[in-house]
Design a binder for this molecule. Structure first.
Ligand code: SAM
Ligand code: SF4
Length: 464
């Protein structure tokens, strides 16, 4: 597989580190310096609980220093489960006869978006299966992105559409960029070639390099924000993390910037997939927590995304350890959002891709974040102001972006509280806002107060 030297990754798996060595890696990480593969491997080798605690403390420190208390909220929108591939772990696999196939029309996509807007969502991750014709894929994705942006609920619009869809050519990515996508996200699933070939036996996805090339194609089409990740459970998670970090090194060397986000999906049971119920390399919650913390330390400027595959309790812990973006009230079924009843039981639906473990509403998740002192953010200012790719990294690196982002996040939180939150959440939200104001002064505080006045006067969607 391109960009991955398996023998080198395997040699890192042999590493054992002393407490002194771990302390020295953590000291470097606390200076917000990117870690080498060897240093990351040392951290991943830790099993001692006292040393793990040191890793968690350092991860919280780095998260707080770079991202402050913000957690970006998004919601996935599944537009189609029609797929020509046959990934062994997925409910949408073409040979899965159980799955009821649905490819939403652009009108249906717009209607689904309006339901999400009505609940307060502002950022969408559009997800689809892969059809066999690349032209059909691109035309459909472009039309869908336009349909999402065209949706409107009382003046509320979607601010950013990220996409998790099939690999495309540079020219096709350019069309998606023109349609206004934010991040292009693609998971390598496994960076272990033998496992990859075993699990992807048909369709375009059977070539692992095709997926790695998709990341390059997106960069070449000047989509600066690209998201990557392994699907955890398919192979040894330490191998996956280190091989993915090798992929990150390749991107940094080639494009001057690494991935904008890393996702760490864990495999979940899926209708019609015996494999998904019994994956070969399941990992414990403790191992999962450790790898999130190690990623936070290893690539401090890369966003980490956590989906509703994980339980509410674990997600609450992980936002402290490094996760910077979380999804809320997700449905992994095309057309799965229902007006006023987004939270109806979902795991029994046969059109779904896999099972979900956090079924809380957006308001419930917002409440839990507020109680922990986090600012749920619906902001997309960086992307709208072209603070993407290398430019984003330059701003993020010295921690410069933190205050700007705090102001934008607080404005979006106030808008949410005014327009969508239940009274109890509104009260909690304003309490947090008051606390956060004490951390700002001078021009920052003045800017915030002006934005807040404007929100009170009915003006929405202002940002710096
Ligand atoms: N079809 C495109 C692809 O495969 O890249 C994009 C959409 S696919 C629905 C998004 C991701 O879902 C996949 O990349 C895979 O990592 C994840 N996925 C598939 N089956 C899963 C399962 N059983 N549990 C958790 N995640 C799963
Ligand atoms: Fe299709 Fe993606 Fe599921 Fe594979 S993971 S079967 S490509 S939807």
């Amino acid at each position: 597989m391109k960009h991955v030297d398996e023998a080198r990754v395997n040699s890192f798996l042999e590493i054992e580190a002393s407490e002194k060595e771990i302390d020295s890696v953590l000291e470097k990480a606390r200076q917000l310096k990117r870690l080498t593969l060897e240093e990351s491997a040392k951290l991943l080798s830790v099993t001692d609980s006292a040393l793990l605690k040191k890793i968690y403390d350092a991860a919280s420190y780095v998260k707080n220093t770079i991202y402050g208390k913000r957690v970006v909220m998004f919601v996935p929108l599944y537009i189609s489960n029609v797929c020509a591939n046959s990934c062994l772990y997925c409910g949408f696999a073409s040979n899965n006869k159980l799955t009821v196939r649905k490819k939403l029309t652009f009108q249906e996509i717009k209607e689904q978006t309006e339901i999400l807007l009505k609940r307060g969502h502002k950022r969408i991750l559009m997800v689809a299966g892969e059809m066999s014709s690349s032209k059909e894929n691109t035309d459909y994705y472009v039309g869908a992105v336009k349909a999402i942006y065209s949706a409107d609920y009382k003046g509320n619009k979607i601010k950013r559409v990220n996409i998790n869809v099939a690999p495309m050519s540079v020219d096709d990515f350019k069309k998606l960029k023109e349609a206004g996508i934010g991040t292009y996200q693609i998971f390598q699933e496994t960076y272990h070639e033998g496992t990859y070939k075993k699990l992807h036996t048909a369709g375009a996805k059977s070539d692992p390099d095709n997926r790695l090339d998709a990341v390059d194609n997106a960069f070449k089409a000047e989509i600066d924000d690209v998201g990557i990740g392994p699907l955890l459970g398919l192979y040894d998670h330490r191998f996956e993390i280190l091989a993915m970090l090798m992929h990150v090194e390749y991107l940094e060397k080639t494009y001057g910037v690494g991935p904008h986000t890393i996702s760490v999906p864990r495999i979940e049971p899926a209708p019609g997939s015996a494999y998904a119920s019994n994956p070969e390399y399941p990992l414990t919650d403790e191992e999962f927590k450790k790898l999130v913390a190690v990623l936070r330390l290893s690539v401090p400027y890369t966003g980490i995304i956590m989906s509703t595959r994980e339980t509410a309790n674990l997600r609450d812990v992980l936002v402290n350890l490094g996760v910077s973006q979380i999804s809320a009230e997700s449905r992994v079924t095309p057309g799965g959002y229902e007006d006023d009843s987004v939270v109806t039981p979902h795991n029994n639906k046969l059109e779904r891709q896999f099972s979900l473990n956090d079924q809380r509403t957006l308001d419930e998740i917002v409440k839990s974040l507020l109680l922990q002192g986090f600012i749920p953010s619906f902001c997309a200012a960086c992307y709208r102001k072209n603070r993407t790719g290398e430019h984003f990294m330059d701003l993020a690196k010295p921690g410069k972006i933190k205050h700007m982002c705090d102001i934008n996040a607080l404005v979006t939180l106030k808008e949410y509280l005014e327009d969508f939150a239940e009274p109890e959440i509104k009260e909690l939200g304003y309490k947090l806002i008051e606390e956060r104001k004490t951390k700002l002064d001078g021009a920052g505080l003045n800017a915030l107060e002006t934005f807040f006045k404007n929100v009170d006067n009915g003006i929405r969607d202002e940002y710096i």
